[in-house]
Write a protein that binds this ligand. Structure first.
Ligand code: FES
Ligand code: FES
Length: 178
C-alpha cells in the first residue's frame, strides 16, 4: 500500500488490523488506539479519500490503497484543520485529536462549508475531554480557511524538523518500507 505518499510493504499476517501495522510496524504512532472495536474514532486514517477506522480494516483489505495518517496530512502542521484546532483551542489532552483531524479533513474535502448538523453527522469521534462545541467552531473555521475566506497565522512549529521525523520514522522514507 502507499502510506503518506511512500510505498510500504508489510511482511506480517494479512489479517493484522491496519492500526497495528501503522503503529507497531511503521512506527506511525500518531494514529491512536482507543477502543479497538470501532467506537471511538481515535484510530481514524484517510484511505482513498475516506476517513476510516484503522482498527476495523485489515492490511489485506488495505492492500494497494492510499493511506494517509496524521503524520502525512501536513508535515509542518499547516493543514487548515490543524491550524483551526489550535486557534480555537479545540484540544485538551489531545488523545482524540489525530482521529478527529483526519475525520474533519476528509469531511472538508467533500464539503468545505459544513453546517453544525453536517459536522455532527460526519464526526462521530468520541472525546472524553468534551471539546465538541469548540470542535464545531474549529471545523467551520478550517473550511473558511480552505476556501480562502479567512487566514490563520501559522500553527506552532512541530518542534522537530521534517528530516528528524524521517530519521525517527522509517516508513516515511522512500527507500525503506516497514
Ligand atoms: S480504536 Fe478504532 S474506533 Fe476506537
Ligand atoms: S481532547 Fe482529550 S479526549 Fe479529546
Amino acid at each position: 500500500m502507499t502510506v503518506n505518499g511512500k510505498p510500504v510493504q508489510f511482511d506480517i499476517d494479512p489479517q493484522t488490523p491496519l492500526l497495528w501495522a501503522l503503529r507497531d510496524a511503521a512506527n506511525l504512532t500518531g494514529t491512536k488506539y482507543g477502543c479497538g472495536v470501532g467506537d471511538c474514532g481515535a484510530c481514524m486514517v484517510i484511505v482513498d479519500g475516506e476517513a476510516l477506522r484503522s482498527c476495523l480494516i485489515t492490511i489485506a483489505e488495505a492492500e494497494g490503497r492510499f493511506v494517509t495518517t496524521i503524520e502525512g496530512l501536513a508535515r509542518d502542521r499547516s493543514h487548515p484543520v490543524q491550524q483551526a484546532m489550535v486557534a480555537e483551542q479545540a484540544i485538551q489532552c489531545g488523545f482524540c485529536t489525530p482521529g478527529i483531524v483526519m475525520a474533519a479533513a476528509a469531511l472538508l474535502q467533500r464539503n468545505a462549508a459544513p453546517s453544525e448538523e453536517d459536522i455532527e453527522a460526519a464526526i462521530q469521534n468520541l472525546c472524553r475531554c468534551g471539546v465538541y462545541p469548540r470542535l464545531t467552531r474549529a471545523i467551520q473555521r478550517a473550511g473558511r480557511v480552505a476556501l480562502r475566506q479567512e487566514t490563520i497565522s501559522a500553527a506552532p512549529a512541530p518542534g522537530i524538523s521534517a528530516e528528524d521525523a524521517e530519521r525517527a520514522v522509517p516508513a516515511m522514507r522512500a527507500d525503506k518500507g516497514a
